[in-house]
Write a protein that binds this ligand. Structure first.
Ligand SMILES: [Zn+2]
Length: 511
């Protein structure tokens, strides 16, 4: 993997995690409308974004200005907490299946990339892309890189975080007397009711609700910096652990006394069917780590993989998806992931996002697993569950996740797109199926933008992959992205990715 050493996209000193978080929170406050934001004191949401970093190295050589600045710009943003069930999926590509903030931010990023390709290939204007070596192919300007921000740890594997006995965590799972309760806890009925509860707050790594204390205490519960335990004196080494009893015992040996790993933060995302699943044993042995997980739905099973799994896939295949790969020499990789203040484990993040993707055999040229900087900011998103909980103290009513999702892309026309249940907010039942009932970041609309881009490029300037063969449906265009599909196959030969749930082909036949 030495070739990737030279492709590290950003020097460590170019930005701090707090700067990235602050920029995203400011963007959220200023650029996003009230529509789609949580109702004060009652709702919370999740926030994610892609930030473009321009290094001073890209400036012309005659720049003698020592204060040459790094430029940081939010190019896409998403909010949202929901995911539709399998029965609501549509073959026409006009519904958003997955509206978790990370996924909305990524689809909004694809919209931004399409616009930038239009600038480069059609309008021949300044763009983030410069010509590649082959006909019709483009590459990212070498002075640019992308940082992914999320206000919270991604759901799924990265959210299975060891919890230390000494921690005070009022808005986290209660450390209970498992010895007395375990047999009851494992009985079917309770299991069901617990799953139902998890579904209400599908994203949070904190699956159990706890009565609130004072605001100050509530906030302290959100500050679990497991990867940064002060002086480093106490570091339960559980990186390679599936948190089995044996390994836990070992972890306890390293962390004696009051710093035992007594439980894990839980994720509502369940293991994919057919896999060896969670042990569901009391306390820290509840989850099995490193597995693929499916997002919880509301009664209805979903087909959406957890954000941890999707982000792991981006680590190998890039963020651009199959369609855009037709125009690119190399995938668009993230150089870093920054997480806001929330329960967090550096080890769990590393394991989930890149650790599971090591040593993949036979990746095609241009693909790899580039180094990913992973950091946490100390700044809390003010509409996160923890923050809203703290602000409202003992306010009346239940705290619920906001049902809307906001998409924002750095594009000149209609940068905003607010949806609920996968359709533009306010869509009536009657309107479903009509062109106005489509989100701008739905599969069908992104495909339409892709086709429009292709159609605007002179025939002899088009990339070979879309010029020499006749392609029609969304599925055909995706399959024709040969290197991308080859990389995806290579990834699926590596565990745990073989059990990835893929939508049946009929969901991709639309034109
Ligand atoms: Zn998620």
């Amino acid at each position: 993997m030495t070739i990737w050493a030279s492709i590290r996209a950003s020097a460590p000193a170019m930005w701090t995690a707090d700067e990235i978080a602050q920029l995203c929170y400011a963007h959220y406050n200023v650029r996003l409308p009230k529509q789609g934001k949580p109702e004060p004191n009652r709702e919370w949401t999740l926030l994610a974004a892609v930030v473009k970093i321009q290094s001073p190295a890209g400036q012309t050589c005659d720049t003698t200005d020592k204060e040459a600045q790094v430029t940081k710009e939010v190019v896409s943003m998403g909010t949202g907490t929901k995911c539709i069930g399998q029965t609501k999926m549509r073959k026409s590509g006009d519904i958003l299946n997955d509206s978790h903030a990370e996924i909305i931010a990524r689809r909004s990023f694809q919209r931004y990339l399409l616009h930038q390709l239009h600038l480069a290939a059609v309008l021949k204007e300044d763009s983030i892309f410069v010509p590649g070596t082959q006909r019709g192919l483009w590459k990212l300007r070498p002075d640019l890189s992308f940082v992914f921000f999320s206000s919270h740890t991604p759901c799924g594997d990265a959210s299975i975080i060891p919890m230390l006995e000494s921690e005070e965590q009022p808005c986290c799972p209660v450390v209970r007397n498992w010895a007395n309760n375990s047999s009851v806890e494992r009985s079917e009925n309770l299991e069901d009711s617990k799953n139902k509860r998890n579904c209400e707050d599908p994203d949070s790594p904190v699956a159990k609700k706890v009565k609130l204390g004072t605001p100050a205490r509530a906030l302290s519960g959100c500050v679990a910096h497991h990867g940064m335990l002060g002086s480093g004196k106490i570091k339960p080494d559980i990186s390679s652990s599936n948190l089995t009893k044996e390994e836990l015992a070992a972890a306890e040996g390293i962390a004696p006394g009051s710093f035992r790993v007594v439980d894990v933060y839980r994720t509502g995302a369940k293991c994919v069917p057919g896999e060896t699943g969670d042990l569901r044993e009391p306390g820290a042995a509840y989850h099995q780590v490193g597995l693929l997980r499916v997002k919880p739905g509301r009664g209805d099973r979903t087909c959406s993989m957890s954000c941890s799994d999707k982000m792991a896939r981006w680590s190998v295949l890039g963020c651009q998806g199959a369609l855009l790969m037709h125009f690119l020499e190399k995938p668009i990789y993230l150089s870093a992931v920054v997480i806001g203040k929330c329960p967090y484990s550096q080890e769990a993040m590393r394991r989930a996002l890149t650790g599971r993707c090591q040593d993949i055999m036979a990746l095609p040229r241009g693909f790899g697993v580039p180094e990913l900087r992973i950091e946490q900011s100390s700044l809390l998103f003010e509409q996160s569950r923890c923050a809203v909980q703290a602000q409202r103290a003992d306010g009346p009513g239940r705290l619920v996740p906001c049902g809307a999702a906001i998409s924002w892309s750095a594009v000149p026309e209609h940068p905003l797109d607010v949806t609920a249940n996968g359709f533009p907010q306010g869509t009536t039942k009657k309107e479903i199926g009509s062109p106005r009932a489509r989100s701008r970041i739905s599969k069908v609309e992104l495909f339409r933008s892709f086709q429009k881009l292709l159609g605007s490029i002179a025939e002899d300037e088009r990339p070979d992959s879309v010029r020499v063969q006749k392609l029609d449906s969304y599925q055909e265009y995706k399959e024709a992205a040969a290197a991308y599909q080859e990389a995806w196959s290579a990834l699926r030969r590596k565990q745990p990715f073989a059990s990835w749930i893929r939508n049946p082909p009929e969901y991709h036949q639309f034109k």
